[in-house]
Design a protein around this ligand. Structure first.
Ligand SMILES: NC(=O)c1ccc[n+]([C@@H]2O[C@H](COP(=O)([O-])OP(=O)(O)OC[C@H]3O[C@@H](n4cnc5c(N)ncnc54)[C@H](OP(=O)(O)O)[C@@H]3O)[C@@H](O)[C@H]2O)c1
Length: 310
């Protein structure tokens, strides 16, 4: 094995963290990038392939001769089912088809999501499940693994950061259900898990949930308690009324469709936030490739906030 990897999503939150980790560990990375020029803030990839998941020729250049494919690209925001499906389902199908057609078929890792467990909840969740099904369908001859992380946070994240920043200032803005439970994972730990997968692949066709090791996950009160401890002072909880959130999310979705941007806060996202159980079910990932998460929630919040203070 010459330690060569094809990576998609390298310009995103998780993919860029992974790219740095692979680079530091001596992997030769070939990365797909949609922009014409390599983003300056990223470490030099061995090779940048310009193109998208909709471009089979670029995908063929990306995967040719590599040992493994790590598929991190995905749509996490969108204004329609079609937008999510095009990237998260059709994109997987396109990439795995090209990978499976190689003379030496590379191993394939799909970064899915815990959301795939609840495909009826939102177009995002459905598209992540459809991506997993596409991998199963087109990757018959491929040694594949699906990773289903829960909410991932850390430097570079844009989704949880506003909530963490408000908590650091003493205010917890409650947008989900107070009794809902969820797992979390610090982004560097996810990157480490993927490197373990490269070094020590589990049996083919495995679907693994992975979290930070906190059995039973967290509720929002747990996160607020950690933030208060870090702050050394109380964090006040402020609940946005559900009806107000519904109105804002619906207006945001309408505006996104009108103006053509990809919205995060939508009625579907609220459905995901209000779901009662986003807790990872077992420690299969830890058993599968002898990986251990290292970063606790307190350390992870501190590292995340520090990285944004510069
Ligand atoms: N963040 C989380 O909490 C979380 C949790 C569980 C699972 N996941 C999964 O992890 C993956 C990465 O998430 P993220 O948070 O890092 O998202 P992100 O920051 O939005 O990054 C998405 C990446 O995908 C690329 N991409 C999107 N559409 C593409 C297309 N059509 N062709 C080629 N590249 C495309 C983007 O490229 P550009 O830079 O060109 O836009 C970017 O590099 C997603 O599949 C997501 O479902 C994320």
């Amino acid at each position: 094995m010459d330690r060569s990897v094809a990576l998609t999503g390298a310009t995103g939150f998780i993919g860029s963290t992974l790219l740095r980790r692979l680079h530091a560990d001596g992997w030769r990375v070939r990365a797909l990038v949609r922009a014409r020029r390599q983003p300056r803030s990223l470490p030099p990839a061995a090779q940048w392939i310009t193109g998208s998941l909709e471009d089979p020729a670029a995908l063929a250049r990306l995967v040719s001769g590599v040992d493994a494919v790590i598929h991190c690209a995905g749509a996490v925001r969108g204004a329609s089912s079609a937008q999510f499906e095009r990237v998260n389902a059709a994109g997987v199908a396109a990439l795995v088809r090209v990978a499976a057609a190689q003379e030496r078929v590379p191993r394939f890792l799909l970064l899915s999501s815990l959301a795939a467990r609840e495909p009826t909840l939102s177009p995002y969740a459905a598209s992540k499940r459809h991506g997993e099904q596409a991998l199963d369908r087109h990757g018959e001859t491929t040694h594949w693994t699906v990773l289903r992380p829960p909410a991932v946070y850390g430097p570079g994240d844009r989704e949880l950061l506003p909530l963490l920043r408000w908590m650091a200032r003493g205010w917890a803005v409650m947008v989900g259900d107070r009794s809902a439970r969820f797992s979390l994972l610090y982004v560097e730990d996810l990157a480490a898990a993927i490197v373990h997968w490269l070094e020590q692949p589990p049996p083919a066709g495995t679907v693994l949930e992975l979290d930070d090791g906190r059995a039973g996950g967290y509720c929002w009160a747990d996160v607020v308690a950690v933030a208060a401890r870090l702050r050394g002072r109380r964090v006040r909880q402020f609940t946005v009324p559900a009806a107000a959130l519904d109105l804002i999310a619906a207006a945001n979705l309408r505006a996104a469709r009108l103006l053509g941007y990809a919205p995060m806060l939508t009625p579907w996202k609220l459905g995901e936030l209000r779901h009662a159980d986003w807790v990872c079910k077992d420690d299969a990932a830890r058993r599968a490739f002898a990986w251990r998460p290292r970063v606790s929630l307190a350390d992870g919040i501190e590292l995340t906030l520090r990285s944004f203070r510069g």
